[in-house]
Design a protein around this ligand. Structure first.
Ligand SMILES: O=C(O)C1=C[C@@H](OP(=O)(O)O)[C@@H](O)[C@H](O)C1
Ligand SMILES: C=C(OP(=O)(O)O)C(=O)O
Length: 427
């Protein structure tokens, strides 16, 4: 069902806790399932993607119980997993599909993974190539480029691999396979990507070394069950940050947002654009977190590219929107990875923001936006992509007439209560 959003010059006020970090939530289930014992998780994201990860591990026989945002995982470790009798359904989740490939490759059984229409179009060879070098037996359409993927678990050997793309999913799949492989696995990344896997490996007792973009792990290590505290997702917070920045007389506090430095590119960007905001660090026992207070701001266009891109890759649809309200030109480059996300996010953002009246052009690896432009009401499409849906809802705040979003249900992939939380800030 479509969502009709109509706001008359709103200002946003108040405090909210955005839901748990998606990347950390996925990993908490995976690590909890790999470790023998009882792992407990707090602040877990009850989004569709993370629920897909839970459903996959349940099909391997792992006991996982949910109580609100608290999760208990009881596992006998990997050796207790059963060969699944059904296809593991990874839904819309690239992280589930790709990290699970690294985990399943070294088991002693056969498994098949498949997801939705969008997952069936996303590239998997980037994972399967290095895993095959480790000895993995994985088959899929077009020599393993696309799902469904069949994995015959086998013994793996460590490799020394330099990532051709800056991708935390590829890096993580290799490290998780390396945990079980014989010998040492070494992964070098050209540009730093999110390091939640490295942090969680250490948290669950694995020994790794990290040196100048190279991560080394010895195979044959076992994990020890632990407690995981999941902070709020900065990629979800980004939509509230954008909403507060581009509306008038707004001041929004976002509590306990994850501020792992590999994820805070959005804060660097808004700071360079001239945003008025404060960061108050919190005392945490795990990943870094802070309270963010964001106020309405006059923004200026900037250039965004290079090493910054992996630190804000999922925030680019929202950054494109705020750039339409900034004075001057914003250039986003080196972001060709956007073409292989839930949808082609360069094409989709440009088409939909153009419908709303933006001055925006696509380039091969990004987009160029001239602002400020007033936005108007229009019917827009999400392409089944949660980040497009949320960006369009934030655009509705500053549009002169009603914005109609065709398929808002996809927002529940990462932020099920997004519209309710946004509306709770309206004055
Ligand atoms: O490792 C992760 O949790 C993720 C890594 C990124 O993907 P890539 O590894 O494809 O860049 C990101 O876009 C995705 O939302 C989550
Ligand atoms: C790209 C994303 O996730 P995934 O790759 O896990 O589907 C995202 O959440 O924006």
């Amino acid at each position: 069902m479509a969502l009709n959003l109509s706001y008359a010059s709103p200002s946003l006020k108040g405090a909210i806790q955005v839901p748990g970090d998606k990347s950390i939530s996925h990993r908490s289930i995976m690590f909890g399932a790999m470790a023998a014992g009882t792992t407990t998780v707090e602040g877990f994201l009850l989004g569709d993607d993370c629920l897909s990860t839970i459903s996959c591990f349940r099909k391997l026989g792992v006991e996982i119980n949910l109580d609100g945002d608290k999760v208990t995982i009881k596992s006998g470790g990997e050796r207790s997993w059963e060969e699944p009798s059904e296809v593991l359904d990874t839904g819309n989740s690239g992280t589930t599909t790709r990290l699970m490939l690294g985990i399943l490759a070294g088991t002693s059984f056969h498994s098949v993974m498949a997801g939705d229409e969008s997952i069936a179009k996303r590239p998997m060879k980037r994972i399967i190539d290095p895993l095959r070098q480790m000895g993995a037996d994985i088959r899929g359409r077009r020599d393993g480029q696309y799902t469904p993927l069949a994995v015959q678990g086998t013994k793996l050997t460590g490799i020394d691999y330099t990532l051709p793309v800056a991708s935390a999913q590829v890096k993580s799949a290799i490290l998780l396979a390396g945990l079980k492989a014989e010998g040492k696995t070494r992964v070098t990344e050209p540009v730093a990507s999110r390091d939640h896997t490295e942090i969680m490996l250490e948290h669950f007792g694995a020994k790794i070394s990290r040196n100048n973009g190279t991560i080394e792990i010895d195979g044959g290590q076992t994990l020890t069950a632990n407690h995981v505290n999941v902070p709020g997702d900065i990629s979800s917070a980004a939509f509230m940050i954008g909403a507060a920045l581009i509306t008038s007389n707004s001041e929004v506090k976002l509590t306990n947002v994850g501020t792992n430095p590999t994820r805070t590119g959005i804060l660097d960007v808004i700071s360079q654009m001239g945003a008025d905001f404060d960061i108050e660090e919190r005392q945490t026992s795990g990943e870094q977190a802070a309270d963010l207070t964001i106020r309405s701001s006059a923004l200026t266009g900037i250039e965004i590219g290079g090493d910054l891109i992996p630190r804000l890759i999922d925030e680019i649809p929202l950054i494109a929107l705020i750039a339409t309200q900034a004075t001057g030109t914003t250039v986003i480059k080196d972001a060709e990875e956007l073409r292989v996300k839930e949808t082609d996010r360069i094409a989709a953002v440009v088409v939909e923001l153009t419908k709303l009246g933006a001055d925006i052009q696509a380039t091969d690896d990004g987009m160029i936006i001239n602002g400020p432009t007033p936005l108007k009401g229009e019917s827009v499409k999400t392409y089944g992509d949660h980040r497009l849906g949320m960006m369009e809802a934030v655009a509705a705040l500053v549009a002169s007439e009603e914005v109609v979003i065709d398929n808002p249900a996809c927002i529940s992939v990462s932020y099920p209560d997004f519209i309710e939380q946004l509306n709770s800030l309206l004055n």
